[in-house]
Design a protein around this ligand. Sequence first.
Ligand code: ATP
Length: 421
Amino acid sequence: MANIELRHVGKVYADGTRAVTDLNLEVEDGEFLVFVGPSGCGKTTALRMVAGLETVSEGEVMIGGRAVSNVPPRDRDVAMVFQSYALYPHLTVRNNIAFGLQLRKVPKAELNRRVEDAARTLGLSEYLDRKPRNLSGGQRQRVAMGRAIVRQPQAFLMDEPLSNLDAKLRVQMRAEIASLQHNLGVTTIYVTHDQTEAMTLGHRVAVMKLGVLQQIAPPQVLYDHPENLFVAGFIGSPAMNFMIGTLQASNGGHSVVLGASTLELPASTLAARPLLSDYIGKQVVVGIRPEDIEDAALARGGPRSGSTLSGTVQLLEPLGSDLMVHVNADVPPAAGLADLAELGRDTDPGAPLSDRSLVIARFNPRSNVRIDHSITMALDGERMHFFDAASGEAIWDRPSAGTDLEDADAPAAAGAPTQEF
Ligand code: ATP
């Protein structure tokens, strides 16, 4: 096992496409790190540079303290699990799992023992003599995992290994991968575009946008303390609601004007975000997660004054445990910000500025709200997020921990399904 370091790593493909910019991070020995971000954000490229399947244009990749940028994939002692499973169709499960060991001329008795151990760990013992075509998707995925674990590598590198499975199997295999990694304690980098997968699997999650690392933190920290609008909007489902508001000083404290409503901010919010004082009289983007909005009619002791927003119910989605309520709220939406455009949530910049935003709230299912009726929502002021309207950076008590940049070029090694290293 080993730690993995990316030091100022950048990638420019031969056609000039910049895929990764100044990626700087360390995956600790035994850690499970997930790269997440929308399609094209450079997460696969980053993983393939660690594997050695892409050259590094700038910076250095270190595995176990050794610089490996010039070390071929098969000498890096890492095992990759591909989305395609990369199984050899003409070989049995046993031989698929054994393949890497045979290449390395591992003695027969040890090879058999390791293959059978891996098969037992993955519940594949009774399928060892089958060919991949006679296995289910989940079993094929397990064989791909078997090929990785039998090698006892220093690290696992997994590229969307669950995306070919149906939703139910994905959840099951996700749990299996988590417990396998926990039991084996092997340093793992896992790539996915699915934020739920990222949050449930990662000890830490690295969120990427357009080749640039946005934030790397444990899942709950990303959720509670996103450092910019992009991370705030990407992590969480349904996503955080964003509105435009203006901060003002009032009664010795602060309040935020959202359309026709003025919401008083609790002292604790200001204590957690002292920088908010610099924004008095300025526009900010206000973020609030669906679960931090409640039906004011159900609020204990009635809605607290200075904490409500009004609107009209557009849609109800009863989930049993919760009621998702889509509200056309009397608040101007956040628009024209690059982070929101990147999330596919920007409104047309040419359109007349709307004075209403769609707000999604997660209500208690006992709520009696009805479609087309007006509604009062109680917002938890302690759970509000604030972002600089120009930069999209979260407003905290310190400058946001950003990342730095650089550049260069490179060819590409094959990502063929039969690649073995
Ligand atoms: P996805 O989830 O869709 O696989 P990703 O986040 O993994 O996306 P990458 O596959 O790393 O993103 O791609 C990052 C950028 O590099 C994209 O703009 C992509 O089009 C580009 N890219 C990837 N491979 C090559 C290549 N061989 N040559 C040129 N550009 C490439």
